[in-house]
Design a protein around this ligand. Sequence first.
Ligand code: NDP
Ligand code: 13P
Length: 332
Amino acid sequence: MANITVLGAGAWGTAFGQVLADAGNDVTMWAIEPGIVEAIQAEHRNPVRLPSVDKLPDNMHATGDRAEAVAHADVVVVAIAAQYARGALEQFNGLLPDEALVVSLMKGIEKNTGKRMDEVVEEALDLPTNRFLAVSGPNLSKQIAAREPAATVVGCTDIDNARAFAKMCTTDYFKAFITADIIGLELCGSLKNVVALAVGMSHGAGYGENTAAMIETRGLTEIKEVGTAAGALPETFYGLAGVGDLIATCGSPLSRNYTFGYNLGKGMSVDEATKASNGVAEGVATAGAVVALGEQYHVDTPLAKAVTRVLNDGISFDQMIAEMFPKNITVE
Ligand SMILES: NC(=O)C1=CN([C@@H]2O[C@H](COP(=O)(O)OP(=O)(O)OC[C@H]3O[C@@H](n4cnc5c(N)ncnc54)[C@H](OP(=O)(O)O)[C@@H]3O)[C@@H](O)[C@H]2O)C=CC1
Ligand SMILES: O=C(CO)COP(=O)(O)O
């Protein structure tokens, strides 16, 4: 198969690295933390970010050296926390082989620029659009690391590249579908994290499934409206990467976004919830960017606005609901 390098040995980077290794590829993990590199290389484990896996496959290696990591890569997969991706990738600019494909697993919007990860990756690496791919779907890392059956969507403007990478990440337990709708894929993955924060808050505040369903339904509409205004295909939002990922992320305490929201709903401050989080909750930085995207495209974003009010102004969950659903609107 292929030589594939994964940049970022977090929970999903490591679990997806295992999928790629199970599919028969030779996988090199690059991480900034020397302790993680050492543990993967010496013990075939990532005790910091993915402790549930006792032994990673033998065809998974690790290095902390940037040039060595990517020198022979056919594909470079990026799994770095979204707000740090640009800075981290700029240090790889000029090191990648000329024809290498670059695949983003990230689900976030850059806070300072409002840019999607396809834009950030292409700018940071001077990468042509046809060599950028995104992977997004209902993919809670711990369950995929346990090899439970799951599926994802691989996107690329060059559908042959999407098809080629989908083959490289298909195993008996992990299936990949393809699309050319990069904008849809990026916005589904990033924006559902904001919805998961709100649903987590609802459960943390003590409410049940009706409240969660009300938020999820509003969230899906909001994601679709912002996304289609930005150029995405509407059908992407009703597929695996859209409603599929919304169901998984809003329904599981394994989601860092859901859990972050749950802790806020129970009364923690943003600082306390950040300290309690086991990995990055991308929705926290992305919420404000969604509001800005809404303003840019003249689409109302009551859910994202209400979530930013909780994050920035510390309003209660009940007040958030009142702001999301003013008395004079009808909600579908
Ligand atoms: N976990 C999941 O279930 C899924 C996650 N995703 C998305 O994938 C992305 C990564 O998630 P995940 O792996 O779970 O997150 P984690 O929080 O587990 O890991 C984040 C990764 O980013 C790295 N990182 C942070 N800052 C820097 C930096 N300045 N330079 C280099 N590396 C840095 C971390 O390195 P270090 O460990 O050394 O701090 C770590 O490898 C996110 O955008 C997330 O939304 C998508 C689908 C599923
Ligand atoms: O995107 C995910 C599942 O598809 C993971 O969600 P979290 O980043 O909230 O853990």
